[in-house]
Design a protein around this ligand. Structure first.
Ligand code: NAP
Length: 496
C-alpha cells in the first residue's frame, strides 16, 4: 500500500477507516502497483480536485489476474454452497459496518448527494445479502425418463471465470450486483470498474479480502481501458462477460466476445418514458417524476427520459412539477442540504446543454433551468422543457442529466406508441388509477421493467434488466443466478 498516496487521500476524504482507500490493483490476493508504475488520477467532480492516483494497469496485469482467477476457480467451485454463503454474508456485514465511509467515497468521486450514496450502499449490499442466501438454493432437476433403464439429471455448474465491467454512475451497486451472484454460483471474477470512480470498487474488494474470500476469487484492475477490455474479451480462460454501461460500448464488447463464444450479460442504456394519464393522482405522479428523473442528477439508466402527459392534465402537471423542481438544491454532494450534485465531468455537462439547446432551437420552451449552473463547470440546472416533439434529439437519445422534457398526448394509443418509439427497452413508468388501463398499458409497453404509480423500481428481489438494445440477462431476484450457471444434462443408462 502506498502510504504517501494514502495520507493525501486522508486530507480529501475524511474516513473513520482510512485503509478503505486503496489505490493499487488486487490480483491473486496481492495489492500491486502497475508494471509501468504509472497512475491514473481520480477527480472530485464537484470541485475538480485530485482525490487520488490509482495504479494504471494494462494487458499484462489483466492477463495475470485472469490466470489467477482461473486457478482459484477450480477450488472455489468445490466449496460448499454453505461456505460460499457464509463468506458472502461476512462481506455484506463488513459493507454495512463501513456504510458511512463507503458513502463518503462515492460522493467524493462520483458527486451524488451523501443521502443517495448511503442509499446506494444499502442497495448494493442488499445484492450481497440476497445472493448469500440464494447460494444455498441452486437446485438441479431429475427428469422423468422416456425408458425404464435410464435416469436423466440436470446439474447446475458455475460458468467459470467471469469478467465484470461497470460504469461510474453507481460505482458500488453495479459491482456488487455482479460479484455477488458470480461468487454464489461458484465463479471467480476479474473486474474493471469505470476509470472515473475506481475508489468505491477498490474499497469493496478490500472488504471482500477482509471477509475471508480466498485469494484469486475476486481480482480488480483499473487503467488502460482498451488494453484491459481487449484482454478480457479475447482471453479464452474468461467464460463470460457481464457488462453495465452504454449501448454503444456494449455492442462492441458483444462483437469482441464472439470470437471465443463467451456468454454475455448486458445492462445497457435506456430511454424511459414516464406517462401521466388524465385519471392519475397528479401529486403522486409529480413525486414519482422527481424521484425517477432527478436522482443522481439524472444519471441513471432508468431515469425517466421523456415525460408523456395527457393534454387535459398537462398544464396542472407542468405547474406542480415546476414547483417541486424549483425546490431542489444544487451543490456539492457532501453538503447535507444538496439534492442535486454535479454531472460526472465537464463534457457530460456540455453534452446535456447541447441537448437542451437543440430542443430549444426546434421549438421547446424552458419552464425552469435550461443552462449550466453557477456552482461549477460540471453542474447543470434542474430543467423542465415543454412543447417537446420527437424530432428533437432528447426524444431519442439518453439525456443522462437533470432535464425533464414534457410531451403532450391525446389518447392512450398515442401514448403507448410514443413510449415504444425507441430502440431502447429498459424501464418505463406510468401513472393511472384505472385498473383496465393499468393491465393494458403494462402489457403493451416494450420494456424490461414497468413502474406503475411508482418512480423507484430497483431492489435486489426483482429481476433488473432490459430488452431491445437495452441489453440481455437479468440481475437480482431468483433469476439472477441463471446467468452465472451452466446446465449439464447427465443421462444414466443401464439401470436394471
Ligand atoms: P460506458 O462509457 O459504456 O462505460 C462503461 C464501462 O465500460 C466503463 O468501465 C468503461 O471504462 C468501460 N469501457 C469503455 N470502453 C471500453 C472498451 N473498449 N473495452 C472495455 N471496457 C470499456 O458507460 P458509462 O458512461 O460509464 O455509463 C453510463 C451508461 O451506462 C449509460 O448509458 C447508462 O444507461 C448505462 N447504465 C446501464 C445500467 C443498466 O443496468 N442497464 C446501469 C447503469 C448504467 P472507462 O471508464 O475506463 O472508460
Amino acid at each position: 500500500m502506498n502510504q504517501t498516496i494514502n495520507q493525501n487521500l486522508g486530507q480529501t476524504i475524511k474516513l473513520n477507516d482510512p485503509s478503505l482507500l486503496q489505490t493499487q490493483a488486487f490480483i491473486d490476493g496481492q495489492w500491486i502497483n502497475a508494471d509501468s508504475n504509472e497512475t491514473l488520477p481520480v477527480i472530485n467532480p464537484a470541485n475538480n480536485q485530485l482525490l487520488a492516483s490509482v495504479a494504471k494497469c494494462g494487458q499484462s496485469e489483466t492477463r495475470r489476474m485472469i490466470d489467477a482467477a482461473h486457478r482459484a476457480q477450480k477450488l472455489w467451485a468445490t466449496t460448499t454452497a454453505k461456505e460460499r454463503a457464509r463468506l458472502l454474508r461476512n462481506w455484506y456485514e463488513l459493507i454495512i459496518n463501513n456504510q458511512e465511509d463507503l458513502a463518503q467515497i462515492i460522493t467524493a468521486e462520483q458527486g451524488k448527494p451523501l443521502s443517495e450514496s448511503r442509499a446506494e450502499i444499502t442497495y448494493g449490499s442488499n445484492y450481497v445479502e440476497w445472493f448469500s442466501e440464494e447460494a444455498k438454493r441452486i437446485y438441479g432437476d431429475l427428469i422423468p425418463a422416456p425408458t425404464a433403464n435410464k435416469r436423466l439429471m440436470v446439474l447446475k455448474q458455475p460458468v467459470g471465470v467471469v469478467a465484470c465491467i461497470t460504469p461510474w454512475n453507481f460505482p458500488n451497486a453495479m459491482l456488487t450486483r455482479k460479484i455477488a451472484p458470480a461468487l454464489a454460483a461458484g465463479c471467480t471474477v476479474v473486474c474493471k470498474p469505470a476509470s472515473a470512480t475506481p475508489l468505491s470498487a477498490l474499497a469493496l474488494v478490500y472488504l471482500a479480502e477482509k471477509a475471508g474470500i480466498p485469494k484469486g476469487v475476486v481480482n480488480i484492475v483499473v487503467g488502460n481501458t482498451q488494453e484491459i477490455g481487449d484482454e478480457l474479451t479475447s482471453n479464452p480462460l474468461v467464460k463470460k462477460l457481464t457488462f453495465t454501461g452504454s449501448t454503444q460500448i456494449g455492442k462492441q464488447l458483444i462483437e469482441k466476445c464472439a470470437d471465443t463464444v463467451k456468454r454475455t450479460s448486458m445492462e445497457l442504456g435506456g430511454n424511459a418514458p414516464f406517462i401521466v394519464f388524465e385519471n392519475a393522482d397528479i401529486d403522486a405522479a409529480v413525486e414519482g417524476a422527481v424521484a425517477s428523473k432527478y436522482r443522481n442528477a439524472g444519471q441513471t439508466c432508468v431515469c425517466s427520459n421523456r415525460l408523456l402527459v395527457q393534454a387535459s392534465v398537462y398544464e396542472e402537471f407542468t405547474k406542480k412539477l415546476a414547483l417541486a423542481v424549483k425546490l431542489l438544491k444544487l451543490g456539492n454532494g457532501s453538503d447535507n442540504n444538496t439534492n442535486i450534485g454535479p454531472l460526472i465531468d465537464k463534457k457530460a455537462a456540455e453534452d446535456v446543454c447541447n441537448l437542451i439547446d437543440d430542443a430549444v432551437s426546434k421549438g421547446a420552451q424552458i419552464v425552469t433551468g435550461g443552462a449550466r449552473a453557477e456552482a461549477g463547470d460540471n453542474f447543470v440546472q434542474p430543467t423542465i422543457l415543454t412543447d417537446v416533439s420527437p424530432e428533437m434529439r432528447l426524444f431519442s437519445e439518453e439525456i443522462f442529466g437533470p432535464v425533464a422534457p414534457l410531451i403532450k398526448f391525446e389518447t392512450e394509443e398515442e401514448a403507448v406508441e410514443l413510449a415504444n418509439d425507441t430502440e431502447f427497452g429498459l424501464a418505463a413508468y406510468f401513472y393511472s388509477q384505472n385498473n383496465n388501463q393499468i393491465w393494458r398499458v403494462s402489457e403493451q409497453l416494450e420494456f424490461g421493467i414497468v413502474g406503475v404509480n411508482e418512480g423507484i423500481i430497483s431492489n435486489e428481489m426483482a429481476p433488473f434488466g432490459g430488452i431491445k438494445e437495452s441489453g440481455q440477462g437479468r440481475e437480482g431476484s431468483k433469476y439472477g443466478l441463471d446467468d452465472y450457471l451452466e446446465l449439464k444434462y447427465v443421462c444414466l443408462g443401464g439401470i436394471e
